[in-house]
Design a protein around this ligand. Structure first.
Ligand code: BMA
Length: 313
């Protein structure tokens, strides 16, 4: 049964994209970055191949719900020497970060050396250029803010740690390639829905009261983990400063295709699209198997961060 009081309203015809919609053989369709470009929605989704490794496909839509998949994948592991070594096991969980007149694509590159984040860029989604591998091993979930701050780019990321529950960090760069001044800005809370780990989700969206960031949090149960989504509000001029983090989740696995699938009990976002009418379309992978969508009112999510706040650290 679905919780009627949640701020995120699920699209009635979820899931919006499944492997049956893909013209080449894949096992899953999930964890997609989505953006609005020239009046159309572009979705770059992850698919497991039948060998268990992932590639990225593209789907387009006029209304943000009904998507048509391109005949060929959008991004597959690189074949050239620099990226090849680090994408050998696949490419995953791509975020589309709008920045001026281009889109910065950040995705997980998996290899025998671990997982790291690669940066590519495109202006039109036809020509894609790989720029650099921008993290060392054991870092995932990079989202880049759509503006510079004191002449530097800012990203949120999520290093792994044996000592601390995995947390959200901030890093700075003058050129998108060299990143530093990293520090932790948000941590899981003990015996709370995000107790086990948290990580950046959709690229942050600018609102009058701050940058709205939809992130994921994980809780460990006796029968495995549960991935949910939460919201945090970052200072407009200094995104490393968190103004408020909602104490409550905004979305948890409830539909059958979120509860059962390749990995059970997962809602995981890599993209959300703000609309001119003050709503936001949120996209999430259900159980690492299908793509789903929902709508929320941006001001209500912002208010939740401010009125029902838990400490970020
Ligand atoms: C995370 C990532 C995501 C995935 C999630 C749930 O660690 O691998 O891509 O959606 O686990 O399986």
């Amino acid at each position: 049964m679905k919780d009627k009081h949640m701020l995120v309203k699920r699209y009635k015809k979820n899931p919006i994209l499944t492997r049956d919609d893909v013209p080449y053989p894949v096992a899953t369709v999930h964890n997609a970055g989505v953006v609005k470009f020239n009046g159309r929605y572009i979705m770059l989704f992850r698919s497991h191949l039948r060998n268990g490794r992932s590639i990225i496909g593209r789907a387009d839509s006029k209304d943000g719900f009904s998507f048509k998949v391109h005949p060929k994948p959008f991004l597959t592991p690189a074949t050239d020497s620099t990226f090849n070594e680090y994408e050998e096991f696949g490419v995953e969980d791509l975020r589309i970060n709008p920045f001026e007149n281009q889109f910065l694509l950040t995705y997980s590159a998996y290899s025998r050396h671990g997982v790291r984040i690669a940066l590519a860029q495109t202006e039109d989604f036809d020509k894609v250029e790989r720029i650099a591998l921008i993290t060392q091993a054991d870092l995932r979930n990079v989202v880049i803010f759509p503006e510079k701050f004191n002449d530097r780019y800012i990203r949120l990321d999520r290093p792994h740690s044996e000592i601390s529950p995995w947390s959200i960090w901030v890093s700075y760069s003058p050129d998108l390639i060299h990143w530093g001044d990293s520090r932790v800005i948000m941590k899981p809370v003990t015996y709370h829905w995000d107790e086990m780990k948290i990580g950046p989700g959709a690229p942050p969206v600018k609102t009058a009261k701050g940058w709205l960031h939809i992130y994921h949090g994980v809780f460990k149960t006796m029968s495995g983990t549960v991935y949910r989504l939460g919201v945090a509000l970052h200072d407009l001029n200094d995104p490393a400063k968190i103004i408020g983090v909602s104490d409550q989740w905004i979305l948890q696995p409830e539909d059958p295709w979120e509860i059962t699938g390749y990995v059970p009990n997962v809602v995981f976002t890599c993209g959300a699209v703000p609309e001119d009418d003050g709503t936001i379309k949120i996209y999430w992978g259900g159980a690492d198997t299908v793509m789903c969508a929902g709508i929320a009112v941006i001001d209500e999510l912002v208010e939740l961060c401010l009125s029902a706040s838990r400490p970020p650290l």
